[in-house]
Write a protein that binds this ligand. Structure first.
Ligand SMILES: [Zn+2]
Length: 278
C-alpha cells in the first residue's frame, strides 16, 4: 500500500503540464505513438493501452450516438494474452492457488524472481534453437506465430500449460469502466488508428521506452506513461469534477483523487482566479 502512495508522488512529480502534453502529442511523429499517448492522456493505464482492442472504441458509432459521447469500453474479462506481463500475472495466480492464497510481499517477490528466471531460460532456449538451425545451414525467418508456438510448448513442458489460456483483465474491478472521450480531435485520431489496427501493437515495455525517449527529445525532460496519465488526473481534478468522477474515470479502487487536486500550482491559480473574483 505504501508503495502505491509513493508511485502517486513519483508520477505527479513528472507529470507534463497541459501545454507540454499538447507539444508532446503534436511532436510525436507516428500515429501509433500519438494514439498511445492520447489513450494515456484519456486516463488509460499503460497495461490497458497495451491491451486495448479496436472493439473497445466507440467513436461515432451507434453506441456513442446513444450515449451522446464517444467512449472507450474497458471490459472484464479481457482477452487471452501471452505477453510477459500477463504471463507473470497468471503465474502469480497459479502459485498463489498452490500456496492456499498466502501472499505476503516477500513471497510475491520470490515468485516474481522465479518467473523472471523462467523468462530468461525461455529466451536462452530460443537463442540456442536459432543457433542450432544456423549451424545446420537452415535460414528460417521466424514469425511471431512460431515464437508463440515455442512459448506454448515451453510452458507446457514446465507444467504451466494453464498460462497458455491466461486472460488479460483490468488491474482491479474498478478498471472495468467506460472512459469518456470529450476531445473530438483526439477521438478522431484514435478512430483513424483503430479503423486500421485491432491493437496498438506495442508492449507495456515498448510504450514505456518510446514515451521516455519522446519526452527527452521533445520536452527535454523525464516523461513516463504514468506521468502522462497523471496530467489528465490533475486536469480532471481541477476541473471541479467530484472525487467520485475522478476515481471512476481513472479506474481507481481507492480514493486517490485527493492526491491529485493538491498537486499543480498553476492550475491552482486558475482555480483561485475563477473562484475568488474580487
Ligand atoms: Zn498481455
Amino acid at each position: 500500500m505504501t508503495k502505491k502512495k509513493e508511485d502517486v508522488q513519483h508520477c505527479k512529480e513528472f507529470a507534463p503540464t497541459l501545454d507540454e502534453m499538447t507539444l508532446l502529442i503534436e511532436g510525436t511523429p507516428t500515429l501509433q505513438l500519438k494514439v498511445a499517448q492520447i489513450l494515456l492522456f484519456s486516463n488509460l493505464r499503460v497495461g490497458e493501452v497495451a491491451h486495448a482492442q479496436s472493439s473497445w472504441m466507440h467513436i461515432g458509432d451507434k453506441q456513442a450516438i446513444h450515449e451522446s459521447a464517444n467512449y472507450i469500453d474497458i471490459p472484464k474479462p479481457g482477452q487471452v494474452c501471452d505477453c510477459w506481463d500477463c504471463l507473470l500475472q497468471g503465474y502469480l495466480e497459479i502459485q498463489q492457488d498452490l500456496n492456499e492464497g498466502k501472499h505476503p510481499t516477500k513471497w510475491f517477490q520470490e515468485e516474481q524472481k522465479k518467473f523472471y528466471k523462467l523468462k530468461r531460460s525461455f529466451k536462452r532456449h530460443i537463442k540456442n534453437t536459432i543457433k542450432k538451425e544456423k549451424k545446420a545451414g537452415k535460414h528460417i525467418e521466424h514469425s511471431k506465430s512460431w515464437l508463440k508456438r515455442k512459448l506454448h510448448a515451453f510452458l507446457t513442458d514446465k507444467g504451466l500449460d494453464k498460462l497458455n489460456k491466461y486472460q488479460w483483465q483490468p488491474k482491479t474491478d474498478s478498471g472495468k469502466r467506460w472512459v469518456w472521450l470529450l476531445n473530438d480531435e483526439h477521438s478522431n485520431l484514435i478512430k483513424e488508428f483503430f479503423d486500421e489496427n485491432t491493437t496498438i501493437g506495442l508492449s507495456r515495455r515498448q510504450i514505456y521506452e518510446k514515451i521516455k525517449s519522446l519526452g527527452h527529445k521533445i520536452l527535454k525532460k523525464k516523461v513516463f506513461p504514468h506521468s502522462e496519465r497523471s496530467t489528465s488526473a490533475i486536469r480532471i481534478s481541477y476541473s471541479g469534477a467530484s472525487e467520485a468522477t475522478v476515481n471512476n474515470q481513472m479506474g481507481w479502487k481507492t480514493n486517490l483523487a485527493k492526491d491529485y487536486v493538491k498537486s499543480d500550482s498553476k492550475l491552482a491559480l486558475v482555480d483561485l482566479k475563477n473562484k475568488m473574483k474580487t
